[in-house]
Structures are given as structure tokens and as C-alpha cells.
Design a protein around this ligand. Structure first.
Ligand code: FMN
Length: 248
């Protein structure tokens, strides 16, 4: 038992929050090396370690990413406007379209790529099961990516997921721009810098509501009404968060 380790770990994961406003101060390359060093130790399905990390700190390169993802935000806004009203209250658009306004200020972007060639290391039983193959690949990349965020938090940095880079149009252009083969996958992009905002109180489900011991878990799962209520509150929290970041 290492009780200190547990306390420190819990403290670190509670401290890790998505921060979407950054100071322009540069981040030392040594710090970036430290972040990737932690990711290097992440678990991966059948030790495939399919990840590659591309660090962009030049203004021109970061601007290219901003430009390649901008149409996605416009598409999101248009889709919400077009969404049939019978689905109930939709997302408010406040803040959604100008996410770019925040991450543009960050001094570093780290793109995490998946190299599908590494999946050759999977046994035949997994190779043949496309769904499982995909899950193992994605989960491995997700683990490394989460480790990066924890490492960044431990070093006093702010980080944000920037998943818009995964969309077909953006990812295709980003790969072309960086000379990365098109059959690679962009897992996600970490926006990194020193924090210029403090996060709002976290919206988090209760442990007792999600932890089920033994059989007959089905009888304790949330009912449809509870989930609907949760979805309403989660949306309100995220929307409020995006609206708030504009006012800080
Ligand atoms: C798979 C995944 C994708 C995400 N994509 C984005 C994103 O594109 N932009 C963003 O600002 N936050 C993104 N986030 C961050 C979530 O919005 C955030 O984790 C959630 O609201 C909880 O807040 P917290 O990170 O402060 O705990 C993503 C998180 C995950 C796990």
C-alpha cells in the first residue's frame, strides 16, 4: 500500500481540468519532453504503442491548424440552427463558434497521431475483428493522451483537448500540411500553455450512482428520466462554461 501515492494521484486528477484560456508565454522544450516522457509509459493493447507526437510552436504552423479547423466550427453552428425543433431544447450557440479565439493564444499544440502499421503486432484474432482492432487502437491512444494532460497539470500548465482536428476535412489538411501519411489517424490535439483562467466547479456524477457491486446491476442503472435530466444539466454546464470563458 502506498497511501501517499493514492492521495497525490487523486489530488492530481482532481486538479486536472480543461483550461481554455492561455497566456502567450512560451513553454520550454524540456517541459514538453517531460510531458511526452509520461505518455511514453502509457499502457497499450498488446504493447503496440501506436503513437507519434508532433509539437507545433511556430505561430505560422499554429495558424495553419486554426485555419484548417475553422470550417468545422461553422458547420457546428449551422447544424445546430438546422436541427429539428421537435428534439427539444438544443445547444445554445453562445461561445461555440469562437473556440478558436481561445486556443489560438496558446503557445504550443501537440498533435497525437496513430500509426496503423503498429497494429500488425496484434494477434490474428484481433486483426480479423475490425471493431476490436479499432477499439484497442483508440483506447491505447486515449491512454497516452490522458497521461499527457496529467503530466501537464503536474507541471503547472493548462491543457485542452482540441478534437476538431479529427474531423475528415481538418485532419486531411493537417496531415498534408505536416507531410504525415494520410493513412495515419489524428487521435486528438493538446493545446498547451500557462493558464490565464481558473476552471469553474467541476460537474461530476456521484460515485454511488455509477458503482455497482455484483450481479443485478441492471436494476440500479439510471432510469430514462434520470438520464434525460442528467443530459440537460450536462449541456447547461458545458454551455455555461463556454459562455463564461468569454467573460473572464
Ligand atoms: C474525448 C474527449 C474529447 C474532448 N474534446 C474537446 C474539444 O474538442 N474541445 C474542448 O474544449 N474540450 C474537449 N474535451 C474536454 C471536455 O469538454 C472536458 O473534459 C469536460 O467538459 C469535463 O471538464 P474537465 O476536463 O475540466 O474536467 C474533450 C474531452 C474528451 C475526453
Amino acid at each position: 500500500m502506498y497511501p501517499d501515492d493514492y492521495d497525490r494521484l487523486l489530488n492530481l486528477v482532481q486538479k486536472r481540468r480543461s483550461i481554455r484560456r492561455f497566456k502567450k508565454d512560451p513553454v520550454d522544450p524540456e517541459i514538453i519532453e517531460k510531458i511526452v516522457e509520461v505518455a511514453r509509459w502509457a499502457p497499450s493493447g498488446f504493447a503496440t504503442q501506436p503513437w507519434e507526437f508532433v509539437v507545433l510552436s511556430d505561430r505560422e504552423h499554429r495558424q495553419a491548424i486554426v485555419d484548417f479547423t475553422a470550417p468545422y466550427w461553422q458547420a457546428c453552428v449551422d447544424m445546430e440552427k438546422a436541427r429539428p425543433r421537435w428534439q427539444g431544447k438544443t445547444w445554445t450557440l453562445k461561445g461555440m463558434s469562437d473556440q478558436a479565439g481561445d486556443y489560438r493564444d496558446a503557445p504550443v499544440y501537440i498533435l497525437v497521431f496513430g500509426d496503423p502499421r503498429a497494429l500488425e503486432a496484434l494477434p490474428m484474432g484481433v486483426q480479423c475483428d475490425n471493431h476490436r482492432r479499432r477499439l484497442i487502437y483508440q483506447s491505447s491512444l486515449a491512454g497516452a493522451f490522458l497521461y499527457m494532460h496529467l503530466a501537464a497539470t503536474s507541471l503547472g500548465l493548462a491543457s485542452q483537448w482540441y478534437s476538431a482536428v479529427q474531423t475528415p476535412y481538418s485532419s486531411c489538411l493537417i496531415k498534408e500540411y505536416l507531410g504525415i501519411p494520410q493513412n495515419f489517424d489524428i487521435y486528438d490535439m493538446m493545446v498547451l500553455g500557462y493558464p490565464a483562467a481558473t476552471p469553474t466547479k467541476k460537474f461530476v456524477r456521484g460515485r454511488h450512482e455509477m458503482l455497482h457491486w455484483g450481479r443485478d446491476a441492471a436494476s440500479r442503472l439510471r432510469g430514462d428520466d434520470e438520464v434525460r435530466d442528467f443530459v440537460r444539466r450536462a449541456r447547461a454546464w458545458v454551455t455555461g462554461m463556454h459562455a463564461k470563458k468569454k467573460e473572464d
